[in-house]
Design a protein around this ligand. Structure first.
Ligand code: KIV
Ligand code: NA
Length: 268
């Protein structure tokens, strides 16, 4: 069984991808990816929302279950949705706890800030490994006014750098740094002893994470710091088009897809 200690000890860059379903998780594990994040990015990536804000505990819970049932070796991290943590401590613990107890996740991730230092400490104390997340935190889109780069002033960078240390001290086993200057991510990576995992944070983090629908080319739009390594959109278009043509043209189903049973011949 994978543990958070395994990714601590990694000597190659840590590879992390999101997944929201069993077949994708199975393929990601087969490729030897270290960590799967059941991200609240599912809101945009597969649930048809235009932000992560509407994503619910039940949605992440259900999809975390799908991912953990399909994997054995891969560390699975469940992402805590908007307002599922940080309101009431007991509720935060219950929501994080169900990802571990019921859905089988190995750890949870929180979009971090000054308000999550104590909560991180409490969850870790209870045996729930926490991945922190600083820089661009998309659950704050309504305050940030978009998905722009964070930590671009001396003051903002200092705040992120200090919160990174505070979350390491609170017991976070790893830190996602999203959309921050590469030199800030490098500096934080140097400072922390727990691994940093970057997205839009340059090459000097201890690991990298991307959203699976970007990587496979399923999403219509890909952020500039991401990369499409495949064309699943094109694959789906051609498969669906071929199916339609085959049915309409009478080529599908063919003889090998059909079965005739003598006994039912005279049903009328
Ligand atoms: O939800 C998500 O996919 C994330 C990653 C981008 C880190 O939080
Ligand atoms: Na997220």
């Amino acid at each position: 069984m994978p543990t958070v200690a395994d990714i601590r000890a990694a000597d190659e860059p840590i590879t992390m991808l999101t997944a929201y379903d069993a077949p994708t998780a199975e393929l990601i594990e087969a490729a030897g990816i270290d960590v799967i994040l059941v991200g609240d990015s599912m809101g945009n990536a597969v649930l048809g929302h235009d932000s992560t804000l509407p994503v619910t505990v039940e949605e992440v819970h259900s999809r975390t279950g799908a991912v953990t049932r399909a994997t054995e070796e891969t560390l699975v991290v469940a992402d805590m949705p908007f307002l599922s943590f940080g309101v009431e401590e007991a509720e935060s613990i219950e929501n994080a706890g169900c990802m571990i107890k019921e859905a089988g996740a190995d750890a949870i991730k929180l979009e971090s800030g000054p308000h999550t230092v104590e909560l991180t400490e409490r969850l870790v104390e209870l045996g729930i490994p926490v991945m922190a997340h600083l820089g661009l935190t998309p659950q704050r889109v309504n305050q940030l006014g978009g998905y722009g780069r964070q930590g671009t002033t001396r003051e903002a960078a200092t705040e992120i750098a200090e919160l990174a240390v505070a979350h390491e001290e609170a017991g976070a086993f790893s830190l996602v740094l999203e959309h921050v200057p590469a030199n800030l991510a490098a500096r934080i990576t140097e400072e922390l002893s727990v691994p940093t995992i970057g997205i839009g944070a340059g090459p000097d983090c201890d690991g990298q994470v991307l959203v699976i629908t970007d990587v496979i080319g399923l999403g219509e739009w890909t952020p500039p710091f991401s990369e499409q390594f495949g064309d699943v959109r094109g694959e789906i278009e051609s498969a669906v088009g071929a199916y339609k043509e085959a049915v309409e043209g009478g080529e599908f189903p063919a003889e090998e897809h059909a079965e005739t049973v003598e006994e039912v011949e005279d049903v009328y």
